[in-house]
Write a protein that binds this ligand. Structure first.
Ligand SMILES: [Zn+2]
Length: 247
């Protein structure tokens, strides 16, 4: 918070110093040119001040390309994206990407909603789908998982859209909401309710396992906002990185 204003103050000081030097030079070189010139000399002095900001951005892009590079190397359909401008304080995504598919069991699991998420979150989600959702689907329902409806991911809003509540993990690109899972045999398993005991136990299993990957797991029964979706996020609760909310 203090950095930009400090930097602005430094820029101003430097601009004034350069302006003063320029004025002195102007006075020495061209004696008969009074008032109009100093401002003109002062303005260009600001130009060399613009470059510094891009410098700190470089390592961030490095991290993004590394995270994104790993996802793509693992077979995910993912691309760098631009987060929409934050419409409220606290909204914004670190290294935003669009995730369109995850490779699991030698096949692509499509994410038709192409959620906009932080790359860090996409990496956790991809592991969860590859190591839990897809293999458990194959084992208990004997069909490949082909698609997962996740919702849009990023959404600049408060928790459960309640005015004045804490900013949501969605507002940082650290969450998705599973709505349904589609299998290769066209079965569509809704989070809201499953058909038959096998589908119900499959959903129960992936929901329980999700707590090993995410810090917050909220599904049907947790509260009215999650009656038809399973919210998954990786936001840290308090100071403990191991604290979990699994309901
Ligand atoms: Zn959610």
């Amino acid at each position: 918070m203090t950095a930009p204003s400090t930097q602005r103050a430094r820029c101003l000081a430097l601009a004034l110093a350069l302006g003063a030097t320029a004025s002195l030079r102007a006075m020495a070189d061209e004696p008969p040119l009074p008032p109009p010139r100093p401002p003109e000399f002062g303005a260009p002095a600001k130009a060399p001040e613009a470059p510094p900001p891009p410098a700190p951005a470089a390592p961030k892009e490095d991290t993004a390309s590394t995270c994104l590079g790993k996802l793509i190397a693992d077979g995910a359909g993912a691309e760098a994206a631009t987060a929409p401008p934050a419409s409220a304080e606290g909204c914004g995504i670190d290294t935003p990407i669009r995730l369109s598919s995850i490779m699991a069991d030698g096949g692509a699991v499509s994410l038709p909603d192409r959620p906009l998420v932080a790359c860090e979150f996409a990496a956790v989600l991809a592991d969860y789908v590859r190591l839990v959702v897809a293999p458990l689907g194959q084992a208990t329902l004997h069909a490949k998982v082909t698609a997962i409806e996740t919702g849009p991911g990023y959404d600049c809003r408060t928790q459960d859209r309640i005015a004045g509540a804490k900013i949501s993990a969605h507002a940082k690109g650290l969450a998705v909401d599973f709505m349904a899972i589609t299998l290769a045999d066209k079965r569509r398993i809704l989070v809201e309710r499953q058909t038959g005991a096998d589908e119900a136990s499959y959903f129960r299993a992936i929901r329980t396992a999700a707590c090993g990957w995410f810090t917050t797991v909220l599904g049907p029964g947790a509260d009215a906002f999650h009656a038809n979706n399973m919210h998954l996020d990786i936001e840290q609760h308090g100071s403990s990185a191991s604290y979990r909310i699994c309901q």
